[in-house]
Design a protein around this ligand. Structure first.
Ligand SMILES: [Ca+2]
Length: 330
């Protein structure tokens, strides 16, 4: 388990305070036990079809990364993206509840007994006892509504969910290819160096104000928003910028410029898309090339996921292909 340092993007391990180090050590030990449990128990298998719409994202030769942006987004390179069926929205609380009801799955946060929550009183991330996918802010807070993206799910949980339905997590390059088809209903793609669109109507769920001091919430939400609340991009997908970061299957590391990463020993997985905590000055994680990363057992209140399916390997358990999607080519 690792917490973000400050702001929205994940940067470092727990800070070097003795009490926190002790906490990290306990987490490391219990995390190892949980990993052994996971291997011993095997992956869950869902017995009923998933209620999810899938959208075909066409293949294409595209640019990955941005030479004008953050260090870990450079160098940019070309990537031959395969066609992939994407979940139309991030996985919802209702979809995850159906999965749990079917498989009796317990998430990492539930086994740890705690998960990462951003505390606005201290402007720091903290491990909140009892926070999980049902109550992402903690047990004293309201339960998450069924139409919100599920959060407080680790990479391991997300991977187990997708595999249970014959699906998988997207690679970060597949995710970027889909996002480059449009992140907002008007087809806007957020890139480095441009002024983000903050005027009304606000088209993404992000942070409006000086992070972490003040969020005006002029987009209508200071936490997660229902999936699709801001509409669907020309790709047919919703929530590709803001709302929640989304886990990908990719290991985190510096790009090697040839379609891989330099540090194959990385123990963190990449997240894409930014979240409701992303502002235009500090985070900018809603940019199409922005990357965040966490260890696979980390659960946070602003990180969710969506699944993908290879068209040739699609199985009935994976969901239904949406047929009414308006999509731009390229
Ligand atoms: Ca917001």
């Amino acid at each position: 388990m690792m917490l973000p340092d400050t702001g929205d993007r994940l940067i470092v391990m727990h800070p070097g305070k003795a009490v926190i180090l002790g906490l990290a050590a306990v987490s490391l030990i219990t995390g190892g036990l949980f990993a052994a449990w996971r291997l011993a128990s095997g992956s869950p298998v869902a017995h009923t079809p998933r209620k999810a719409d899938l959208v075909l994202i066409p293949g294409g030769n595209i640019q990955i990364g941005d030479n004008a942006s953050q260090a870990d987004e450079r160098p940019a390179f070309r990537f031959a993206a395969p066609p992939v069926l994407f979940d139309r929205t991030p996985v919802t609380v209702a979809q995850f509840a159906a999965f749990v009801a079917d498989t009796h799955y317990r998430t990492d946060a539930e086994r740890f007994g705690e998960a990462g929550v951003f505390d606005h009183a201290t402007d720091k991330w903290t491990l909140a006892k009892g926070a999980d996918w049902r109550r992402p802010q903690g047990p004293e807070h309201p339960a998450a509504a069924a139409n919100l993206p599920v959060t407080q799910v680790s990479w391991d949980d997300a991977n187990d969910f997708c595999r249970a339905y014959g699906a998988r997590l997207p690679t970060e390059f597949e995710w970027e290819r889909a996002a480059r088809l449009g992140q907002t209903p008007d087809g806007h793609v957020f890139v480095a160096g441009e002024p983000a669109l903050w005027s009304n109507p606000v088209v993404v769920n992000v942070w409006q104000g000086l992070f972490p001091i003040f969020d005006a919430g002029t987009d209508g939400y200071k936490l997660t928003s229902p999936v699709g609340a801001f509409g669907y991009a020309p790709s047919g997908l919703s929530d590709m910028a803001g709302n929640v970061w989304e886990w990908t299957s990719s290991w985190y590391g510096a790009y090697d410029g040839r379609g891989g990463i330099k540090m194959h020993s990385s123990n963190e997985r990449v997240q894409r898309g930014g979240s409701f905590l992303c502002d235009k000055d500090v985070c900018q994680g809603f940019r199409v090339t922005a990357r965040s990363h966490s260890t696979p057992d980390t659960s946070l209140m602003h990180v969710g996921f969506r699944c993908v399916v290879d068209p040739a390997r699609r199985k009935p358990r994976a969901g239904q292909v949406a047929s009414t999607v308006t999509r731009q080519a390229g």
